[in-house]
Design a protein around this ligand. Structure first.
Ligand code: NAP
Length: 540
């Protein structure tokens, strides 16, 4: 596409602008092409893949199993691709996404190394005017934000970081060249999913690793292993049925969802069930009973089991005690899945520092100073997470009808209808936006749903001759209430998690994703479409 590759000053005119070339942006581009639309996709990275392009930290791996963490839209693709392990590594997922980009000839409409800085709606011209850090401008009646839910990295503003004479990294923006920590004194700040994956691997290399932990986390073993080719072939015989069953669950993942409550069984049976799931590995653990996310007493049983496991793994009782999570219910902060995480604290070259009792005061030229001590370091790894769901959108200057800024509209928390549109920003679609179930599910299953729904919606607009679509404010208000109402019936709102925006200073505390279940959400979306897109306002 000549216009797309030419970074001339004249604006590109296309039918649709897609922002981001991760799983969401790539599939969106594919669907738009099928509609016969001319789309361009801007991507900040030098390659496609989004999360899996940036997160190259040691140990990076998905905790949804390989056979499920992939696109379902092409039978040929799902049959031909061979996964090698139970859980896919970052490198393997990136190879897969690169393969998808080539297989569907998507690259010719993607402009890499191009960060979108602004998207401004021109009401009179009914046009989104998108600017990039390259000075490229593109105009299109429709703009689709496929910017990712966990893509705006959060590096806490510790005083003195600029003065640090060693190297520092964020897990979500990892260098492309191999990083060798041999012979180094290394720090990891943060013990969420990223930290818990990186820590065991860094400990194997570094002379000494110091882990700065603010909140201990629940983690269950992955028991990753090579994928048996016969099992893979067997699964593929009925791939579409597996996919369909997954879409009918609350997380879009084929876990063993129990129909029993934790207290429907004897204490012995309860422990046996936790043991069975622990031995199987993965986040399936939290589905051992159907009331774990809603009943604190049931949840406590699962927490106690994991705490006992930590005590049995970690040899030093003081260190074990520091690693025990107490401040939140299991699963209400994203459950972690690890390979040898707690065992790592038995190594002589690993020290755990509790920064809740001795906070980090500053980063100095030689290391990290807490209120109790100074730690000399060669490298610091920030595994400190993301400004989730809203961060990537709010880092772009998005202005809707009448010049309203998205940042202002969402100052008290994001508001969307179904997570796909926000009122006052016509023809701006969000993929995995706040108010969608996205990050509480197998995100690829959600992405395929959201992209498919948006594609059908665009087809509807074209068929009916509509040039403008917006969420109705009352439908949006009702959805925002529903998102909070379903969350309040669970234990999720009681935790200081990124689901609640609690990890970012000053971020409003509202529950960000829709926790009512993927299968229920998709039914609602389907019903809305069947009712003539009830809750949306069209104009021609
Ligand atoms: P995260 O879960 O938000 O964890 C960030 C960690 O940094 C937390 O331990 C947090 O402590 C700590 N932290 C933040 N600011 C700090 C500060 N100022 N001082 C000290 N500690 C600080 O981020 P993440 O580990 O990158 O994971 C984010 C999400 O990405 C996951 O929940 C998951 O959805 C996804 N992810 C998935 C995988 C996978 O599939 N295996 C891997 C990586 C990430 P507090 O808890 O006290 O805030």
């Amino acid at each position: 596409m000549a216009e797309a590759t030419d970074r001339a000053s004249a604006p590109l005119h296309v039918d649709v602008i897609v922002v981001g070339a991760g799983f969401a942006g790539l599939y969106m581009l594919h669907r738009l092409r099928q509609l016969g639309l001319h789309a361009i996709c801007f991507e900040a990275g030098a390659g496609v893949g989004g999360t899996w392009y940036w997160n190259r930290y040691p140990g990076a791996r998905c905790d949804v199993e390989s056979m499920q963490y992939s696109y379902s839209f092409s039978e040929e693709l799902q049959q031909e691709w061979q996964w090698s392990e139970r859980y896919p590594s970052q490198a393997e997922i990136l190879r897969y996404i690169d393969h998808v980009a080539d297989r569907f000839d998507l690259r010719r409409d993607i402009q890499l190394e191009t960060r979108v800085t602004a998207a401004i709606y021109d009401e009179a011209g009914r046009m989104w005017k998108v600017s990039t850090d390259h000075g490229t401008e593109a105009h299109a009646p429709i703009c689709i934000m496929a910017t990712g839910a966990l893509s705006a990295a959060n590096t806490p503003k510790f005083p003195g970081l600029d003065s640090f004479e060693g190297r520092w990294f964020h897990t979500g923006n990892w260098p492309h060249e191999p990083i060798d920590f041999s012979g180094e004194r290394v720090a990891v700040i943060g013990t969420g999913s990223s930290g818990i994956q990186a820590i065991p691997r860094v400990a194997e290399q570094a002379t000494h690793l110091t882990v700065f932990q603010r909140t201990p986390n629940y983690s269950v073993p992955a028991w990753n292993k090579p994928l048996d080719p016969e099992q893979q072939a067997e699964w593929k015989k009925s791939y579409n049925e597996h996919r369909e069953r997954a879409r009918n669950t609350r997380s879009g993942i084929l876990y063993e969802y129990s129909q029993r409550g934790a207290f429907d069984v004897s204490p012995e049976e309860r422990v046996a069930e936790f043991e069975r799931r622990w031995a199987r590995g993965g986040a399936n653990f939290t589905h051992a009973f159907n009331d774990i996310f809603v009943n604190r007493a049931a949840n406590d049983e699962a927490c106690n089991f994991v705490r006992d496991r930590i005590r049995s793994i970690v040899r030093d009782p003081k260190v074990a005690e520091m690693l025990l999570p107490h401040d939140h219910a299991i699963g209400t902060k994203r459950i972690c899945v690890d390979t040898g995480y707690f065992e790592t604290f038995n190594r002589d070259n690993v020290t755990l520092v509790d920064v809740r009792t001795t906070p980090i005061e500053a980063i100095t030229p030689v290391g990290i100073r807490t209120s109790a001590a100074e730690y000399e370091l060669d490298s610091i790894i920030f595994a400190t997470g993301y400004d989730a769901l809203t961060g990537a959108l709010q880092r772009i200057d998005i202005r809707g009808a009448g010049g309203e800024r998205l940042r202002d509209k969402w100052a008290q928390g994001p508001r969307t209808f179904l997570g796909v549109m926000t009122a006052g920003f016509p023809n701006l679609f969000l993929i995995t936006g706040p108010g969608s179930p996205s990050i509480l599910t197998n995100v690829i299953v959600s992405i395929e749903h959201h992209v498919g729904w948006v594609a059908e919606c665009i087809a509807h607009m074209r068929a009916e001759g509509f040039t403008r679509m917006d969420a109705a404010p009352d439908a949006e208000d009702a959805w925002a209430e529903e998102v909070q109402a379903v969350a309040s019936r669970t234990l999720f709102t009681q935790s200081n998690s990124w689901y609640m925006g609690a990890n970012i200073a000053g971020k409003p505390r509202v529950f960000l994703p829709y926790v009512g279940g993927f299968q229920n959400y998709t039914r609602i979306c389907q019903q809305v479409a069947e009712d003539g897109y009830r809750g949306f306002i069209f104009a021609s």
